[in-house]
Design a protein around this ligand. Structure first.
Ligand code: LLP
Length: 423
């Protein structure tokens, strides 16, 4: 459920009319709904209420805006980060270091040091080389890293190949049959305290079965490690729950079904569980608002050209992702259009041969479900400045990242010294 709805013929985010926002702030922009972010977090938290003190670490990569993270931090969320930049954002947003998990397949020594000094909750270590490097960095600093070993459970998440992470051919994690040896190594290394295991098998999962299969393997692993005399206090179950993008399709299983499955599968493990949801928390909490520049008929198709493009929201171009597209103030009737941006690539397309209500130049549209992996994957391709992010709360709103100016964009370049001289 989200808080984007029609009121008096125009789409609102909570109590803010998005056409008024467009008039005040210009287009395109991202609008986020605080109430939706909060609702999704609390629904997820409530679905896990039967567990013993679970840590819900928001996957910052999904939406790293500091105000978005701060909205969640106030509800007690932790953060799952994959770079020093994300860690700093989480800290700046008020997430306590003791609720930060550092994931990712290529942490640099500088990043390890920064996280050790900050005193984060846990490093999810993805391989032997990384484990030794972390040990060296921690020992040199006189600190101890709490380490969970990320398992590659070799489970097919049955999602898009580019966002599947738990198959043995993927770069992530350590193969199951090597975990016991690595865990024992970890227990003997200076500066390392092995605390458990972690898994994350992919994103936008449409079914619970692959998750249940992976979790089952984790449970068996915990038992094996304990039989070998290891201490296992924590298991990180990752993120990955899918969200509805296309209203005509059956929705993926929700948090309640997920929570029930987790409670059933992990009963008796005797560990503290961590979760890393990203998309589920923020996906439906954001829309990309754009204005129609022109409507043109090509040889075979009608093209609606928006002022937003693939550089603003990459998901349709990169994954062929489906996003609902709605006029802010729908007109009567219908049309079939291919909805594109102004970038000079055929792949710059939001939707192909889509049935929409008729639009004219100047009309406003919303690309729905753009709160996760939207603004954060934006670039300035075609020298298009980064667009603003606006956080709505009831009748209030705040520009939580202003529009980049062309001066900022171009002024970031430097003229090489030899080009300053006259030819
Ligand atoms: N934990 C780890 C270790 C991850 O790699 C990810 C996402 C998450 C948690 C959060 O997964 P979520 O709950 O959001 O599914 N850009 C792609 C998605 C990439 C996901 C990468 N990892 C997209 O736009 O669909």
């Amino acid at each position: 459920m989200d808080h984007f709805h029609d009121r008096d013929g125009v789409m609102h985010a909570e109590d803010v009319a998005l056409d008024a926002l467009a008039a005040a702030e210009g287009t395109p922009f991202y609008a986020y709904s605080s109430a939706t972010i909060e609702r999704h977090f609390t629904v997820f938290r409530d679905a896990l209420a039967g567990l013993d003190d679970p840590l819900i670490a928001f996957a910052v990569k999904a939406n790293p805006n500091v105000s978005v993270i701060a909205t969640l931090a106030r509800l007690g969320a932790g953060a799952d980060v994959v770079s020093e930049g994300e860690m700093r954002r989480a800290l700046a947003a008020g997430v306590p270091a003791g609720r930060i998990i550092f994931s990712g397949v290529g942490k640099t020594r500088a990043e390890m040091a920064a996280a050790l000094i900050a005193g984060i909750f846990q490093f999810n270590v993805e391989g032997e080389g990384e484990l030794h490097a972390l040990s060296e960095v921690a020992a040199a600093l006189g600190r101890t890293a709490s380490v969970a070993i990320r398992v590659n459970p070799d489970v097919d998440a049955r999602t898009h190949a580019k966002i599947s992470t738990g198959k043995k051919e993927n770069k992530f994690g350590v193969p199951l049959d090597r975990i016991a040896a690595l865990y024992a190594t970890a227990a003997g290394l200076p500066g390392i305290r092995p605390v458990g295991v972690a898994a994350h098998i992919g994103s936008q999962l449409a079914s619970l079965e692959p998750l249940e299969e992976a979790y089952g393997k984790l449970g068996a692993l915990v038992a094996t490690l304990r039989r070998q005399g290891q201490t296992v206090e924590r298991v990180d179950l990752g993120g990955g729950l899918g969200i509805p993008y296309d209203p005509s399709l059956p929705p993926p299983p929700g948090p309640a079904a997920y929570g029930a499955m987790v409670a059933r599968v992990t009963a008796g493990w005797g560990v503290r569980l961590a979760f890393e949801p990203g998309r589920l928390i923020v996906g439906n909490a954001g829309v990309l608002v754009a204005r129609v520049i022109t409507v043109k008929s090509g040889g075979e198709r009608t093209f609606v050209v928006l002022d937003a493009a693939m550089n603003d929201l990459l998901r349709p171009s990169l994954y062929g992702a489906w996003h609902d597209i709605r006029a802010l103030s729908p007109r009567a009737g219908g049309m079939t259009a291919t909805i594109v941006g102004p970038v000079c690539e055929t792949g710059d397309q939001f939707a192909e041969d889509r049935s929409i209500t008729p639009v004219q130049p100047g009309d406003l549209v919303a690309v729905m479900t753009a709160g996760a992996y939207g603004a954060t994957m934006a670039s300035t391709y075609n020298s298009r400045p980064l667009i603003p992010e606006i956080l709505v709360r009831g009748r209030d709103y705040a520009v939580v990242r202003p529009r980049q100016t062309l001066d900022q964009l171009i002024g970031a370049d430097r003229i090489a010294p030899w080009l300053k001289e006259r030819p």
